[in-house]
Structure formats: C-alpha cells, structure tokens
Design a protein around this ligand. Structure first.
Ligand code: NAD
Ligand code: DAU
Length: 329
C-alpha cells in the first residue's frame, strides 16, 4: 500500500508543483488537496492533474475544524503549504496572516492528535531567521522575523515544536529559500516584473534594489520536501537553499534582457518597510540526506521567464488583479 498524502494549499504556487511531483511518485496512492482558493490559489494551477484518479480536491479552510477534519482522515502524510504568503500584504492586513498561518496551523495540529498521521510536514520559510548580514545560518539560529508574515510563520514553527514535545505530533519543519518557477501568482517579484515588462510598464524596485535573495528552483524545493517526508527525522528542522544569491536589480535586468526590453524600464520606488536585506541558509543537514539542487540557475531562470511570457493572456488577467493591490484598491 502506498502513502495517502494531504497537501494543504495545493492550488498555490509551490503546492501545485508538489502535487504534480506526488502524482508521478509510485509510492503515493492518494493526493488529497485542501485549499480555500483565496486570491492566490487557482484550479488553473492544477488543470493537468485534476482528472488523475489519485487526486482529490476539497475546497476548505485549514482554520476551520469542520473543513480540515474530514480532509485529514485516513492520511499518512500531511504537508501544510496553506498560508498567506505575501510580505507586502502582511503589512496591510496582518490579521489574515495570524488567522491562516497561526490559527490554521493550530487547528491542523489539534486534528493530527486525533487522526495520527505518520508525518506532519510544516512548510516554513528562511524569512523566520530575519535578515542575515553575512554568512549563512543553520537550523539552530535564533528566529528574528521582521514582518507580520515572517512572524506568523515563526509562530507556527513554535506551535509545531510545542505539539511535538507535548502531544507527540510527528512534526518536521522545512525552511526554504525564495522559490522561482511556473505557476507563481504575479504579485511576487519575478512574475510581476515579467508581466509589467510585457505590458511596457516600469519595473518598480524597492529601495536601492540591492536586497539579496537566494533563488531556489521550485522543483528542487519539491524534491527536497519529498525526500524529507521519506527519509527526514521527526522533530527535525531542515533548511533548503540553492546558493544562488542575487540582488533584485540583477533579477530585473535579467528579465528585461530575456524579453529584449530596455534597462531604463527599471524604476526605484519607496522601500518596503522593514525590508530584509539578505537571506542565506546553510543546508548541510538536508545535503546529508542526499539532496542537492540540480537546477542550473541561468537555464531555469530563462525557462521560467519564457513560461510566463508564453502565457501572456493568463498573466495579464492575474496581473490585473494583483496590480489592484499595489494601487491600494
Ligand atoms: P501561494 O500564496 O502561492 O499559495 C498559498 C495557497 O494556500 C493558495 O492556494 C491559497 O488558496 C491557499 N490558502 C490560503 N489560505 C488558506 C486557508 N486558510 N485554508 C486553505 N488554503 C489556504 O504560496 P506559495 O508561494 O506557494 O507558498 C506555499 C508555502 O510555502 C507557504 O506556507 C509559504 O509560507 C511557504 N514558502 C514560500 C516560499 C516562496 O518563495 N514562495 C519560500 C519559502 C516558503
Ligand atoms: O524567502 C522566502 C520567502 O520568499 C517566502 O517565505 C515568501 O512567501 C515569498 O513571498 C518570498 O518573499 P519575498 O519578500 O522575498 O518575495 P517577493 O517576491 O515579494 O520579493 C522579492 C524581493 O523583491 C524582495 O526583496 C522585495 C523585492 N520587490 C518585490 C516586488 C514584488 C521589489 O523590489 N519590487 C516588487 O515589486
């Protein structure tokens, strides 16, 4: 008998890529998706897998016991991607982040005490460590979240540890770097800039554009998560990085270059309040499990930009919604 997996937030960016990987895994029998379908989630992201007999889709809220309990019944592995994920939105509406990212996790952990999955993988983020001026941090580093988003994710990690220690819920935490790849909502840097460039609009870099992120290809991240489910140790935390540290201005220039657009489309705008300067995690621990990033950055970055460019209409529709947020509507 193969594993039965619950993927919360499976209609979002990373979740939908992960579902695709599970569908192709012969050791997995059932992929149940629980997703509220917020502005960030879409069944379009799952179009190619929804007809697969292994896949079940349930629309529901992780913070609602009555939605989440039936979804967790009979499940071996819970993988919790569901979250409010956008830092800029957390500055305007922190309450929603507390509700989904903390209360939602509490509800899932409570249910796990009853339904007893074999593993509960909480998808956290490298942002919980806060800005890292130099070097890279391992899993023992102090948590210093800067935004309501990262504070809500750090709080969820704390709850997970408490439920492990006190109630024996078999939690594992994964803290990934910035993902790039297909199916990301165009409020985030890369798809937003591709979309603006295609529309001939300026690309707004926050502050001096020199903030640094470590760019991890989404399939590499998903492979790491699957490996953690199979070989990771309950109670452990695993950082997942790529060693591809790039300034935002480099990312913007690369996008313009790939699309054949001029560099003067870049503009500098007011900085994000509390903007973390740099992230960098050390991932020796997951390397020891047998994982390495495989993506060649230049190649996958180009492929990603062109993936969005080929879907110009889809992108324009999503970007219309996303830009309303930036215009304060
Ligand atoms: P996303 O915003 O693209 O997707 C989030 C999904 O969760 C959406 O499908 C949404 O409908 C769903 N959702 C939101 N609230 C829900 C609720 N209350 N109940 C059920 N479903 C709900 O996010 P993403 O970028 O795919 O990120 C997924 C996870 O990975 C998040 O937990 C995020 O914190 C974490 N993460 C993301 C990155 C990144 O670079 N994108 C990096 C590290 C960690
Ligand atoms: O590090 C992991 C995190 O990466 C995840 O936990 C988050 O869910 C995910 O959204 C992402 O957070 P960031 O804040 O790093 O991603 P974002 O795409 O919003 O921004 C990337 C960088 O680009 C950041 O330094 C802010 C900057 N930026 C972003 C946008 C949207 C701009 O300069 N202009 C923009 O218009």
């Amino acid at each position: 008998m193969g594993r039965k997996v619950l993927v919360t937030g499976g209609a979002g960016f990373i979740g939908s890529n992960f579902v695709r990987m599970l569908v192709d895994d012969p050791t997995v029998d059932l992929v149940r998706i629980l997703d509220k379908l917020t502005y960030a989630g879409s069944l379009d992201n799952l179009e190619d897998v929804l007809g697969n007999p292994k896949v079940e889709f349930v629309r529901g809220d992780i913070a609602n016991y009555d939605d989440a309990h039936p979804a967790m019944e009979g499940i071996d592995w819970v993988v919790n991607f569901a979250a409010e994920s956008h830092v800029d939105r957390s500055l305007r509406n922190p309450a929603e982040f507390v509700r989904t990212n903390i209360e939602g996790v509490r509800v899932l952990l409570e249910i796990a005490r009853e339904t007893k999955p074999e593993r509960f993988l909480q998808i956290s983020t490298d942002e919980v460590y806060g800005s890292i001026a130099e070097g890279c941090v391992d899993e023992t580093a102090q948590l210093r979240p800067s935004s309501p988003y990262s504070a809500s994710k750090a709080s969820a990690d704390m709850l997970c540890n408490a439920y492990l220690t006190t109630f024996g819920v078999p939690v594992i935490i994964a803290r990934s770097a910035n993902n790039y790849g297909p199916y990301q909502y165009p409020e985030k840097l890369i798809p937003r800039f591709v979309s603006l460039a295609l529309k001939g609009e300026k690309l707004p870099l926050y502050g001096d554009g020199r903030n640094i992120r470590d760019w991890l290809y989404v399939e590499d991240n998903c492979r790491a998560l699957l490996l953690i489910l199979k070989k990771g140790k309950v109670g452990e935390i695993y950082n997942i990085g790529a060693g591809e540290l790039h300034q935002n201005i480099e990312i913007a220039r690369k996008i313009l270059d790939i699309l054949g657009k001029p560099e003067d489309m870049i503009t500098f705008v007011a900085d994000r309040p509390g903007h973390d300067r740099r992230y960098c995690v050390n991932w020796d621990k997951i390397r020891a499990l047998g994982w390495e990033p495989q993506a060649k950055f230049e190649e996958k970055f180009r492929e990603t930009v062109l993936w969005y460019a080929r879907r110009e209409q889809w992108l324009a529709k999503k970007s219309e919604e996303a830009e309303k947020f930036y215009r304060g509507q």
